[in-house]
Design a binder for this molecule. Structure first.
Ligand code: SF4
Length: 233
């Protein structure tokens, strides 16, 4: 009798089990994404003056759909979930049928332990092209693990410039521009705006090297431009 009760309990527990790995479908990218909550996992978003850098003060991932509970839920879940010992193996298995993954549609690689686990996932999934935008290279302790990621043939790590007016340095792999006419010479301009905000087969962000310039969009970043114009007088 007791054994029977235990069996029923075990079946009920199994039925309640939630999927552990939560990847987001992003309509823009034609690829899945593993993400965290923006800003609270983005230590690189804070400038030397203690305020958000320009690119993060207009962050798209703090407005619109990103405020909906169903969009927040997987990001909140992922912040705990990556700390499980089985997380790397579960990620590898979840990516079995994927060919492209974007890390951090929102959020950033805020923990060195997380960065080392992501590196393991990248190494164990050579069939997947990984694109990882980050500001964590600002912190010296992350540089070794980032260099190991960059050495992998299937990985594109892009350091995001803090600028929203097209300024970037030799270390950067992406920058925001006010519009297409402001694109610095030599950058690849993201053409998603020509395809109702979708990548439409473009995979430039997953390719190694070069600098991608993203034309700004959204009301929030529009306000940041207005503030900059007022401050400049
Ligand atoms: S540059 Fe290409 S791959 Fe990157 S976001 Fe734009 S359309 Fe997508």
């Amino acid at each position: 009798m007791n054994g029977h009760k235990r069996r029923i309990h075990s079946i009920a527990t199994h039925k309640r089990k939630e999927p552990m790995i939560r990847l987001s479908e992003t309509t823009k990218l034609d690829a899945r994404s593993w993400s965290l909550q923006a800003i609270e996992t983005c230590p690189g978003s804070i400038g030397a003056d203690g305020a958000l850098v320009a690119a993060c003060s207009g962050c798209y991932a703090t407005t619109g759909n990103y405020r909906f509970p169903n969009v927040k839920a997987p990001r909140i879940h992922n912040r705990e979930d990556w700390q499980r010992p089985e997380w790397v193996a579960d990620m590898v298995s979840a990516l079995d049928a994927d060919r492209y993954l974007r890390w951090f549609d929102s959020g950033d690689m805020y923990s060195l332990e997380l960065a080392e686990k992501i590196l393991q996932v990248m190494r164990l999934t050579p069939w997947v092209k990984h694109w990882l935008p980050t500001r964590m290279a600002k912190f010296p302790k992350f540089r070794v693990v980032i260099a190991e990621m960059q050495a992998l043939p299937n990985v594109s790590v892009r350091f995001s410039s803090d600028s929203i007016t097209g300024e970037y340095g030799p270390e950067h792999g992406s920058v925001i521009i006010p519009d297409v006419s402001a694109a610095p010479e030599g950058v690849v301009v993201c053409k998603a705006y020509e395809h109702v905000g979708k990548c439409n087969g473009c995979r430039a962000c997953w390719d190694k090297g070069g600098v991608i310039a993203y034309p700004a969009h959204g009301k929030k970043i529009g306000k940041v431009y207005k503030t900059i114009a007022i401050l400049k007088g």
